[in-house]
Design a binder for this molecule. Structure first.
Ligand code: IDP
Ligand code: MG
Length: 140
């Protein structure tokens, strides 16, 4: 399997509760490696641009306001099959449906405040990484 990179975001509910380290440990324990990382408080415009793909969805405004409600940690994770592996460790979008032991089953508060974002394809991962990081910010 190929070594990939994916974009991971620890959402405002995670920074607020001071559990970013616990969540990162889940990813590291699965063999993923942090190769770039930054804490940022997104403006509504930045959050809206990042989630533009969801513009027509009924939850878009709530999502944008939540994602700009406090600091987030944006990071690039690297490893074998990183895109799918990260999604597997994250668990389902709605914590009620998330497999026990996944990040969302362990830590998410609700479908809105679900602690983590992860790219859903290799192509989206490339675009989402470029949204936050220059090539020289990534140290593998
Ligand atoms: P994902 O984060 O598991 O990839 P997406 O469908 O891409 O899920 O949705 C992006 C984010 O929008 C979710 O993580 C969640 O925070 C929020 N979201 C998705 N579906 C709903 C919903 O039905 N109600 C409220 N928020 C939602
Ligand atoms: Mg998604």
């Amino acid at each position: 399997m190929a070594i990939e990179r994916t974009l991971s975001i620890l959402k405002p509910d995670a920074t607020r509760r001071n559990i970013t380290g616990k969540i990162i440990t889940c990813f590291e324990d699965a063999g993923l490696r942090v190769v770039a990382q930054r804490r940022v408080h997104l403006t509504p415009d930045q959050a809206g641009a990042f989630y533009a793909v969801h513009k027509e969805r009924p939850f878009y405004n709530d999502l944008v306001s939540f994602m700009s409600s406090g600091p987030v940690v944006v990071q690039v994770l690297e490893g074998e099959n990183a895109v799918q592996k990260h999604r597997d460790v994250m668990g389902a979008t709605n914590p009620k449906d998330a497999t026990p032991g996944t990040v969302r089953a362990l830590f998410a508060l609700s479908i809105d405040e679900n602690s983590v974002h992860g790219s859903d394809s290799l192509e989206n991962a490339k675009n989402e990484i470029a949204f936050f990081f220059k090539d020289t910010d990534i140290v593998g």
